[in-house]
Design a protein around this ligand. Structure first.
Ligand code: FEO
Ligand code: CA
Ligand code: CA
Length: 660
């Protein structure tokens, strides 16, 4: 899947962006990655018999496994068969119900979805595109009545708009978007808050709820923390440097212990176009972010997305945004103290002394792992007292040492190299240019840090590292040990003394991903893992209330792994550690996002992002997929409906915990 995409936003999520090199040249790393791909390998010269000898016959079995045994896996559900087709699939004995789709009305008065007559106004009240993070916030402590908070990461115009793609001489070409279409895209970003309830065992949306809300690319937000009001955040429209319009590229996120919704702004640079003069004061800042990305046509109609006209607008994106879902009129707050980078998510946990710790990956090749520790402590008895905790605290970046120890290095103005001498006049400069500050501290360059999930049950922290085909033998390190890391890995951190606020800890690799039947890939799934159970490209993660790890993926496809993305259950304890099994798989072209369980473990919410995207059919043959001719019409399978990203809820038939 390294070929040039047919459409500008095709395969955006699984692409590996380089911050400085925009050429389409295939690097040696990509050549090696392609050789390690499933197809490339099977067509290659290495004998399968040698593989079987390496990993043992158990890895080649695909049949459902027996119930969990003493010392064996804690999971016993019948495994889904890995593969690719137009539909989604959940393990036998479970129901997977579509809860809400792109275009479904969210706020009162929003019209029903009409894809042939879509407007920006309609979209602003309807469920947005490309659902990613999903959080569940109970109402009155209930596991059957709460608020679903969902991020809408980005848009795929080739799949959204009729008539946009023309086929000329057999080649599909995306045309220019109209102003209304651009405004639909902007309205399809952001997030949704939806009241839901479970009635007679079936989840449904509560129409006309006072909580139902859309946040979009134009919702007014307040910038808070060290960078608020700084000159570098002022624009011709906002001379205060405190009011940004909208939040963009909300990838993963989090729910705080006090029940607010965190939206992580990830690839914000992609919305900006135009040229910044090379000697402009922000030139180095933008270069380090690979900005402007020029992925969209928004600058044709909105000056703020043209860096030659509004060079500071981009400094108002790249933050963690906090939303109070209990007040539908609350203003989302961009918490600059938590740094500005391509935030994947912001999962949180309370440290023993009450400080709140939030983990966040910077999803780019060779970028870093961060955590933020609040200065204040969480007050479980006074929600209001917690509402500005995220404005004060210490941002740390990780250094993973060869001996299995690690340091969390503080990004604090005046400490070490973070001084005016290096261009950091204040903490505001450090949070605006977090990456450059972290560079100076010698942070460890990682293989695209995605979701980072603390586990309160075993005290560990799980870091998803999705892939990095450009790592070479010369720059491997202990925490990123594979050159041409096409399939990613998962690191497990143990913070010192089990204290999530600690500034040091230890780490080890839980899993190196990829097909364990291909010895050269170097995957480390246990030999109890079946042919269906292994995966590549870990992206999001969830920990259920029994402390078990579930991993979702982005980038599996027929060519590279012979399977779609999905949700895998991964053992972390005892003899079964490193055993993985497939619970759910997405339709062709989709990515698996947002796994989250209710506290009772009886409901699992999943986000199916960009179904029908990508340039392959089920067998891996190249084919354009666009509005009129999508590779799937999931979930409606109606000729008059496009393929639609959607959120699915999984329950066990007859009730009870998803995994016992
Ligand atoms: Fe939006 Fe890093 O996934
Ligand atoms: Ca992703
Ligand atoms: Ca992600």
């Amino acid at each position: 899947m390294n070929e040039k995409p047919t459409f500008p936003t095709q395969g955006l999520e699984s692409a590996e962006f380089d911050p400085t090199n925009h050429s389409a040249n295939r690097t040696m790393g990509e050549v090696i990655a392609a050789r390690f791909s499933r197809r490339g390998f099977l067509q290659g010269s290495l004998a399968v018999s040698a593989i079987a000898a390496t990993v043992g016959p158990a890895a080649l079995l695909s049949a459902p496994r027996a119930e969990a045994q003493e010392g064996g896996s804690v999971f016993s559900f019948p495994e889904v068969t890995a593969g690719v087709d137009a539909d989604h699939h959940v393990a036998e004995g479970y129901d997977a119900q579509v809860l809400i789709r792109w275009g479904d009305p969210v706020v009162s008065g929003a019209p029903e979805f009409d894809p042939n007559n879509q407007t920006a106004d309609a979209q602003a009240g309807q469920f947005g595109y490309n659902n990613d993070y999903v959080g569940y916030i109970p109402l009155d402590g209930s596991d059957e009545h709460g608020l679903l908070v969902v991020n809408h990461e980005y848009t795929n115009p080739h799949l959204m708009f009729p008539g946009l793609v023309q086929v000329v001489d057999g080649a599909a070409v995306q045309g220019d978007l109209s102003e209304e279409q651009v405004n639909i895209e902007i309205a399809a970003h952001g997030g949704s808050i939806i009241e839901i309830e479970k009635v007679d065992g079936v989840w449904r949306r509560v129409a006309d709820s006072q909580y139902n809300r859309r946040i979009t690319g134009t919702t007014e937000t307040l910038i808070t923390g060290p960078a608020a009001g700084h000159d570098r955040l002022k624009t011709s429209v906002d001379e205060t440097g405190t009011k940004a319009l909208g939040t963009l590229n909300n990838c993963a996120g989090g729910v705080t212990p006090w029940g607010t919704y965190l939206m992580a702004e990830e690839n914000f640079h992609g919305y900006f176009s135009g040229e910044l003069p090379a000697d402009h004061a922000e030139a180095e800042n933008y270069a380090r972010l690979g900005a402007p990305g020029g992925w969209y046509q928004w600058h044709n109609f909105h000056d703020r997305f043209d860096v030659s006209k509004e060079p500071n607008e981009m400094n108002r994106f790249g933050y963690i945004v906090e939303v109070d879902p209990m007040d539908p009129n609350s203003v989302p707050k961009k918490r600059t103290a938590m740094g500005r980078f391509k935030h994947e998510g912001a999962e949180s946990i309370v440290a023993p002394n009450g400080q709140v710790v939030l983990y966040s990956g910077d999803d780019e090749r060779f970028d870093y792992v961060y955590k933020f520790v609040t200065a204040g402590t969480y007050n479980a008895d006074d929600r209001a007292a917690n509402m500005d905790l995220l404005d004060e605290g210490t941002l740390y970046v990780a250094r993973f040492d060869e001996d299995g120890s690690m340091e969390w290095m503080p990004l604090v103005h005046g400490e070490g190299p973070l001084t005016a001498e290096n261009g950091f006049e204040s903490q505001a400069d450090i949070v605006i240019e977090t990456r450059r500050a972290a560079d100076l501290l010698g942070a460890t360059k990682m293989d695209r840090p995605e979701d980072i999930q603390p586990n309160a049950t075993n005290g560990k922290v799980y870091v998803m590292l999705t892939n990095n085909s450009r790592r070479t033998e010369e720059n491997v390190n202990a925490a990123n040990p594979r050159a041409a890391n096409a399939f990613g890995h998962i690191i497990e951190i143990a913070e010192a003394d089990g204290d999530f606020a600690a500034t040091s800890g230890t780490w080890e690799i839980l899993l190196k991903c990829g097909d364990p039947s291909i010895a050269e890939v170097g995957a480390t799934f246990s030999t109890d893992t079946t042919e269906n159970g292994w995966f590549g490209m870990p992206d999001n993660a969830a920990v259920d209330s029994d402390g078990r790890l579930w991993v979702s993926t982005d980038g599996n496809n027929p060519t590279d792994t012979g399977r779609t993305d999905g949700l895998w259950a991964v053992d972390t304890e005892g003899a079964a550690r490193g055993t993985s099994r497939l619970f759910y798989r997405v339709p062709v072209g989709a990515e698996m996002c947002g796994p989250v369980f209710t506290d009772d473990g009886e409901s699992l919410f999943l986000a199916i992002q960009h179904p029908g995207d990508g340039g392959e059919d089920w067998e891996g043959h190249a084919r354009p997929s666009f509005y009129e001719d999508p590779s799937t019409r999931w979930p409606d399978f109606r000729d008059d409906m496009p393929v639609r990203p959607a959120v699915v809820v999984v329950t066990k038939q007859g009730g009870g915990k998803i995994a016992v």
